[in-house]
Design a protein around this ligand. Structure first.
Ligand SMILES: [Zn+2]
Ligand SMILES: [Zn+2]
Length: 336
């Protein structure tokens, strides 16, 4: 079979590998589609703790090709998605139910072979069966959607809240739809790229602003009088983080969802956080949110078809990565 390998930072190869065998508690998934995530781009550029050489890819769907002898909840031919984050179950965080903060967290596509290959061995407990008629290309977005479901839980949106979303990449566009489902009454999206702004409009944004040509702060104040109840930063940039803190109303909530560079810093005035009772929360991966993400996709309550902007065969993995790194694409899929 073919597999895309990041040998070391900056070095990509597509090579022949043996098809993996299922251990007693594993399944082997024939990968139909795997999304390129910002994390994959970081792994390529050496900005993320990966175990090189690594077969990246953690957003994938496929069909079960082989089942280990102790696996009972899956059989060959099942359409499935994979939760790539594997927790240890015994550390102090796992013992408190905070599995995503596990001290020994490993991930398929980061520390273990991931989805950019034709067949992937996966511990069976990480695998979720899909309902019939969900296209596998769309199901590849279950993993990022599951991250966004956790982000919306962290955002704690109340009915009729006014929400601002900074950035309309695939994550911002998923959070926009979830914010509406959570009861937001006015969702304003800030996005400079016209194609992404248009998608935000089509997917239900009440107002879309180009922050390079419009005064975002003035627009938010005009629409909300006092500032946003909830601001979700989906860019991963210290400038937009600072902007998010400015856009929240007194008593408001700021969710840091975008992945900033590790060494990035933002100036925060503790006095303002104190006086305005700001709540600033992070959101990291997807603890037990895959089942809800699958339901949202299967029921059509969340739309992802339009988010898939490009599709590549595995042989063109390097091109897919370059396109995703460029920032113009929404979601790039690789179909092994
Ligand atoms: Zn990801
Ligand atoms: Zn643990």
């Amino acid at each position: 079979m073919k597999a895309a390998v990041i040998e070391s930072p900056g070095v990509i190869r597509v090579e022949e590998r043996e098809v993996p065998q299922a251990g007693p508690h594993d399944v082997v998934v024939r990968v139909a589609a795997c999304g390129v995530c910002g994390t994959d781009v970081h792994i390529l550029h050496g900005g993320f703790r990966a175990d090189y050489p690594v077969i990246p890819g953690h957003e994938y769907a496929g069909t079960v090709a082989a089942v280990g002898e102790h696996v009972t909840h899956l059989r060959a031919g099942d359409a499935v998605v994979v939760d790539p984050n594997i927790h240890c179950g015994v550390c102090p965080y796992c013992r408190r139910g905070l599995i995503h903060l596990c001290e020994n967290l490993t991930a398929l596509g980061v520390n273990l072979p991931g989805g950019f290959q034709e067949f992937c061995r996966v511990p069976a407990k990480q695998v979720y069966k899909l309902p019939a008629n969900l296209p596998l290309a769309e199901a590849a977005l279950v993993e990022p959607l599951a991250c966004c479901v956790h982000g919306i839980d962290r955002a704690n949106i109340q009915v009729a809240d006014r929400v601002v979303i900074l950035g309309a990449g695939s994550i911002g566009l998923l959070l926009l739809q979830l914010a509406r489902l959570a009861g937001a009454h006015d969702v304003l999206v800030s996005e400079p790229v016209p194609a992404k702004a248009a998608l935000a409009r089509r997917l239900g944004a009440d107002c879309v602003v180009d922050p390079t040509s419009t005064d975002l702060g003035a627009t938010v104040r005009e629409r909300t009088e006092i500032g946003a109840d909830v601001v979700i930063e989906c860019v991963g940039n210290p400038r937009t983080v600072a902007q998010a803190l400015d856009l929240a109303r007194r008593g408001g909530r700021v969710v840091l969802f975008g992945v900033n560079p590790k060494e990035a810093e933002v100036a925060v005035r503790p006095y303002d956080v104190f006086l305005n009772e700001l709540t600033i929360v992070g959101s990291y991966v997807n603890p037990y949110t895959h089942a809800r993400a699958i339901e949202l996709l299967a029921s059509g309550r969340v739309q992802v078809r339009e988010l898939i902007s490009h599709r590549f065969p595995l042989a063109q993995f390097a091109q897919a990565m370059a396109l995703a790194a460029g920032g113009g694409a929404v979601k790039v899929l690789v179909e092994p």
